[in-house]
Design a protein around this ligand. Sequence first.
Ligand SMILES: [Zn+2]
Length: 247
Amino acid sequence: MTVERAAELLSSARRGIALTGAGISVESGIPAFRGAGGLWSKFDPVKVASIEFFMADPSAYWRAAKERGRVTLEAKPNPGHRALAALEADGHLKAVVTQNTDGLHQDSGSLCVIELHGSGRTVTCLDCGAAEPRAGVQARLESEMPPRCRVCGGGHLKPAVVLFGEPLPREAMRQAIELARQADVMLVVGSSLVVYPAADVPVIAARSGARLIIVNAEPTPLDEIADVVICGRSGEVLPEVVRLIGA
Ligand SMILES: [Zn+2]
């Protein structure tokens, strides 16, 4: 059975890492950025979530981002997030590298979280550099559009996430690659592995000798080189893996 094989690989991992994508947070009620049915289906995300669009009209950006921001701030970790935190606590994972910006890994107790696409929990003023929590800015959106910086009054408050057209945080990517090179097991969860350079992380790990486990709702381009492919919901599969390791 594939779940048993995944548990076997992870139970002997000494330098395991996980890479997570939108699929793990879908089970917490956060719609995937891509695909049909998401809150963003009425907008073109590549346009609306681009740095050019933001700089040209911060109000239009915030109007488009408002509903998703509310849903994300209210979301809670699900059993998949908690299972990854348990695997880290038990020494089977050294870190979670994530494409998500929702902060749910930290909420679930994961200690070493590398955010490749930044964090939606913080908002930064591009005019003066001040930072403030997203929750406060989110509350002001009802009466203030675009939201204004509390320090300088500027109108370019931007979530600390990587928008289209922006580079990934250099230090986060460096850490992810270093962990991938040293990893003995690479666990991919809820990522379709089509967004680069995040999708390079499991490629580097596999080339460096890591065993590759993929848990995703749909096939991925790396299924062919994976040791274990589990097509299913991470909120069900990962707790089962933890249970098998603990047994
Ligand atoms: Zn400012």
